[in-house]
Design a protein around this ligand. Structure first.
Ligand SMILES: [Zn+2]
Length: 389
């Protein structure tokens, strides 16, 4: 990380951990506890870069931050290696839920790719069931501590592989047993969602929702394909939709070349904002953007907009009325929690409680939940925020 995450929100004098949160984009194989990796690796005979939990955690963060895609991808070799048995999958899923609850998450969607967990002979159905059992055990363990959390699986296909149809059928087969949606992940550039057009059509015919990673490592073509071929109701990251937005200052001299049109101090010099047709579609139709601020900085997804987290277009998108949600992506690799990401926004963009509430309600409303459950979630979040105010 090139930016340091502040320890506490400067303008909010309480621990943001207590805020009820909704997590829509968090990978199961990117959120393991280092100590658990060490124990499972020992049992599996898998060699790790370190067998000290603190050093291993640092190794993950440094590798993810190295700027080397090879090193970044190597981190997942280690987590996936210890998730090849029912016991390993169960434990990782259970602890994942407990860690989300400790972070204040009350509803979470957990994404992962079953096809990556078959190395020791388990079937696709076996691994989905093992993860579901772990998630349910996590929910029970959280309930025993007097808190509530609800979780669902986002069944993911790897976009460089060719199992899209099989994975789509797997997701639909488990729709009443924990699966709430479908996604494709992995190498975005060069692997457009159109490769999985048939699988997405199958999902649509079964009225099964999809979110699609797009607009992270690739640009507008990838987003267009996610929406058209993938029929995406949400975009994984989607941050590069900002490339379809142009801002021209009416008086460039007055505004200054790098003036922030949304900064109060320069509000007299409002720029002309023009949205392309794709950006208009995403904004006007309320397609949710699953923004992961720290991850976007690490992977270079936002490098086209400037350096540092302050150049992340999420604030511009939010101010323009896009359906922005905030997520973690890979808590282990980025070394973050959702609470950390909220603190980062408070520190960087001066967000207050109203902003955090709006971002959280955006996520609740974009959740792949039935309407009644979504309304109950929204009500719960509103009441919790009202109690704080
Ligand atoms: Zn992701």
């Amino acid at each position: 990380m090139t930016e340091t995450i502040p320890d506490a929100a400067p303008d909010l004098d309480f621990d943001l951990k207590v805020l009820p949160k909704v997590s829509l984009h968090d990978h199961l194989d990117g959120g393991l506890r280092p100590a658990t990796i060490i124990e499972l690796a020992e049992a599996a005979g898998h060699t790790l870069p370190s067998t000290d939990p603190v050093a291993l955690g640092e190794w993950f963060r440094e590798s993810a931050d190295s700027g080397s895609l090879v090193r970044y991808l190597e981190t997942f070799d280690h987590t996936i290696a210890v998730m090849q048995t029912k016991e390993g999958l169960f434990r990782v899923a259970k602890e994942f839920v407990e860690d989300l609850a400790d972070d204040g998450v009350v509803y979470g969607e957990v994404r992962w790719a079953p096809e990556q967990h078959l190395q020791q002979g388990l079937s696709l159905d076996d691994v989905v069931e093992a993860v579901q059992a772990g998630l349910e055990a996590g929910v029970d363990a959280v309930a025993e501590t007097g808190r509530d959390i609800q979780v669902g699986q986002l069944i993911t296909a790897m976009r460089h592989a060719d199992r899209g149809q099989e994975i789509a059928e797997l997701a639909v087969r488990h729709r009443y047993k924990g699966a709430v949606g479908f996604d494709i992940a992995g190498a975005e550039d060069g692997f457009l969602p159109s490769r999985f057009r048939d699988a997405f059509t199958y999902l649509a015919q079964h009225n099964f929702p999809a979110t699609v990673h797009a607009g992270e490592a690739a640009g507008l073509d990838s987003i267009q394909s996610a929406l058209v071929d993938g029929r995406a109701l949400r975009l994984g990251h989607g941050v590069r939709i900002a490339e379809d937005i142009t801002i021209e200052f009416e008086d460039a001299d007055e505004a200054g070349a790098d003036a922030d049109i949304f900064d109060d101090e320069v509000s007299d010099t409002i720029g002309m904002v023009t949205l392309g047709e794709l950006a208009s579609w995403v904004r006007d139709r309320g397609i949710a953007l699953e923004i992961c601020p720290s991850s976007n900085l690490q992977t270079g997804a936002i490098s086209g907009f400037g350096e540092g987290i302050e150049s992340h277009p999420l604030d511009m998108l939010y101010q323009l009325g896009f359906n922005v949600t905030i997520n973690t992506d890979n808590r282990l690799m980025s070394g973050v929690t959702l609470t950390d990401e909220f603190e980062l926004l408070v520190e960087t963009f001066d967000y207050d409680l109203d902003d955090l509430l709006e971002l959280t309600l955006n996520a609740a409303e974009a959740a792949f939940l039935p309407l009644e459950e979504k309304e109950a979630l929204v009500e719960y979040i509103n009441e919790a925020y009202a109690d704080l105010g």
